[in-house]
Ligand binder design. Structure first.
Ligand code: FES
Ligand code: FES
Length: 172
């Protein structure tokens, strides 16, 4: 018999106290215990990015981490970014630019995209920048590299880049 572990964290600003099998991934805790099914399970082993959420402001594949490893964390899922009648600018841009087809990868794409713009703004380098001391630029190549962990089986990539580029432009 596995002993349940207690963990407390906030999700989309709401505090939660959970008792979990310690082997429960953060993804399964979100979807199956908290019924936040916006975050999707694609591969369940770190290859597709469908499960991306923001954990203390950084993007993470929620299928690759255990929920009990994050006491006190502030987690944001796609449900917490905006509401249907008050979309986050990134959600609105995905709608405007048709940045999806089936939509399965979309919550992860949007969470990643929000984080990517923060990473670029913070000057965090990527492989695209030859000089790692140079500030990264908001190029299509830079966005594609940083979004490369989010797979879209429908191939909506060019519209996804258009959506992120628009939000980046309005931030500049
Ligand atoms: Fe987590 Fe695919 S479900 S990376
Ligand atoms: Fe279908 Fe991306 S929109 S997998």
């Amino acid at each position: 018999k596995v002993t349940a572990f207690k963990v407390s964290f906030t999700v989309n600003g709401q505090p939660h106290d959970l008792e979990l099998d310690p082997r429960t991934t953060l993804l399964d805790a979100l979807r199956e215990r908290l019924r936040l099914t916006g975050t999707k399970k694609g591969c369940d082993h770190g290859q597709c990015g469908a499960c991306t959420v923001l954990l203390d402001g950084r993007r993470i594949n929620s299928c690759l981490t255990l929920a009990v490893m994050h006491p006190g964390a502030a987690i944001t899922t796609v449900e917490g970014l905006g509401q249907p009648d008050n979309l986050h600018p990134m959600q609105a841009a995905f709608v405007k630019h048709d940045g999806y087809q089936c939509g399965y990868c979309t919550p992860g794409q949007i969470c990643s995209a929000v984080s990517v713009l923060e990473e670029i703004e913070a000057g965090i380098p990527s492989h695209v920048t030859a000089d790692l001391n140079a500030r990264p630029q908001l190029t299509g190549a830079e966005l594609r590299e940083r979004m490369s962990g989010n797979i879209c089986r429908c191939g909506a990539y060019s519209n996804i880049v258009d959506a992120i580029t628009e939000v980046a432009g309005s931030k500049a």
